[in-house]
Design a protein around this ligand. Sequence first.
Ligand SMILES: O=P(O)(O)OC[C@H]1O[C@H](OP(=O)(O)OP(=O)(O)O)[C@H](O)[C@@H]1O
Ligand SMILES: NC(=O)CC[C@H](N)C(=O)O
Ligand code: SF4
Ligand SMILES: [Mg+2]
Length: 444
Amino acid sequence: MKEHCGVFGVVGPDSTRLTYEGLKLLQHRGQESAGISWIENGKIKTSKGLGLVGEALNPGDIGISSFSIGHVRYSTTGATTLQEAQPLDDGEISVSFNGTITNHFKFGRYSTDTEFILGFLSKEISSGRSLESSAKAFMDVADGAFSLLILSVSGEIVALRDPRGFRPLVLGEIGENKVIASEDSAIRQLGGRVVGSVHPGEMVILNERGFYREKVHTLQTTTCSFEYIYFSRPDSEIDGISVYTSRIKLGEILAEHHPAKGDIVVPVPDSSRPIALGFSRASGIPLEEALVRTVTSKRSFIMPSNEARNDVLKEKFGVVESAINEKRVILVDDSIVRGNTMKRLVTSLKSAGAKEVHVRIGSPMIKYPCYMGIDFPKRSELIGNLGSEAMIAREIGADSVEYLSVNEMEQAIGRTTLCKACFTGYYPLKGRYDLSNLESVFAR
Ligand SMILES: O=P(O)(O)OC[C@H]1O[C@H](OP(=O)(O)OP(=O)(O)O)[C@H](O)[C@@H]1O
Ligand SMILES: NC(=O)CC[C@H](N)C(=O)O
Ligand code: SF4
Ligand SMILES: [Mg+2]
């Protein structure tokens, strides 16, 4: 899957250095481009580039400032170009955003939803509104998912988390610096203290005096279940729930309700590792790390095209033949989206000598597109639409395939206030949309 971006912002004496370091710790959230905006001589400056943080940014080019925001991108709109990379600024404000504005197309022709956000805020501000009141107006009109940071030349960061709380957003302190980030693990790893989640529908202002928090909107929370299943780092907590513990439980419940007769449990590295561990513990079947992930390989799901996704997969996995030879393998992954990963792995395991391959998935079957921050906009490309589990097993060459049910997933995560649209087709959006229209707007 291609989900998410990562945002990081700091107000304080070590702002630009911490933002640069923080982006590296959010690299799993976006690998297409990276950028940082800061304040210099009363203007906003931005440095950005394509690729991973280390390739995209030269720390020597980034000024020293007490105010900065950064971004790592996994695009859900537009293209992977420098022009569309974030943060996006107009000299007075800069925006860094994780999510997808589902209704951005209703406001004009924009190449990305980020352009719409910047354009909307700039227009409100030039009509005489304050940044805070423009941000609130944005929350009124925007539908979809947004964990959004806005840096202003006036010396503050205004942050918004959408009223459904689709994407995470966390506040913290690192020494004298006030920090806001997509995930708490980045704040803790930098030696900081986590203050807590930005609440859904909340606006937070970070300035030299501290945090100012205001609840702007209230709607039923529906945080993206894929943050727990795949996207976030396992050492993060989302709204107080540990991602690692959720993944262990997804695996335990998978073993209890969807057992398989096998000799070994094999995880698909990286994100399914805790799920496979939970499966192994609950079933008593030993875990074997029989798939080896190439050190330099990226996340395949978050690549911008199917060609790029398959290129990553070609070099991503090696097989430890001696571990699987003549074995009945239970292959555990967190999700199947297009089926690219599974098609490749089942074939590799069988040609390396596995007697049987039983696939067990730590999430329900994905049948519907996402327009809230993850990039699988076309229904026809989802392998779940083949129909039954038996048909999917045939398509990927496995001996059996089973998924968790939606209830089992909720039980494992320990939370029902989740978005489940890609499993159920029920979209927790403010407006009503024709899905085929959304598909044509977001298809790339
Ligand atoms: O069915 P598909 O379309 O292939 O997508 C699903 C796969 O993509 C993700 O892994 P990814 O390679 O992105 O990253 P990971 O190494 O963190 O698991 C996910 O964990 C599945 O393995
Ligand atoms: N994954 C994201 O959060 C994407 C942000 C934004 N929609 C973009 O395409 O750049
Ligand atoms: S549709 Fe799926 S991937 Fe998208 S926000 Fe909802 S749960 Fe997350
Ligand atoms: Mg994976």
